[in-house]
Write a new protein. Structure first.
Length: 117
């Protein structure tokens, strides 16, 4: 399993990696739009994106994925997300959401969204 992690907070990265400890995976960590765009040229199975931070965010990611013709599941990780933002992300192509306070379910969520990809 190859996971692209779009996250700029080192503490959240540690929490994500801890939550994935039972999953057989490799990850690539990016925190800017330029890094994200380069990473999309690689072989990936799923993208895990923070909802919002100054450099780049999950609201921009689906458009970049679609513009490249990629069929990659996108999971949005957030501390808090308003319903209108959640609806926007679903309409843009996000497959699932997870709150950072509930990362224990992340491995199962990744396996669910990658089945069939």
């Amino acid at each position: 399993m190859r996971i692209l992690i779009l996250e700029d907070n080192p503490n959240d990265v540690q929490l994500i990696r801890y939550a994935l400890r039972g999953l057989d995976y490799t990850s690539l960590l990016v925190a800017t739009q330029a890094e994200f765009n380069v990473a999309l040229d690689g072989t990936l199975d799923v993208i895990l994106a923070d909802c919002n931070f100054p450099q780049y965010n999950a609201l921009q990611a689906p458009n970049e994925i679609k513009s490249r013709g990629l069929n990659l599941p996108l999971i949005v990780a957030t501390g808090f997300l308003q319903e209108d933002a959640m609806n926007t992300l679903i309409n843009l192509g996000a497959q699932s959401f997870i709150f950072k306070s509930d990362l224990a379910a992340l491995s199962q969520m990744i396996q669910r969204v990658t089945d069939g990809h």
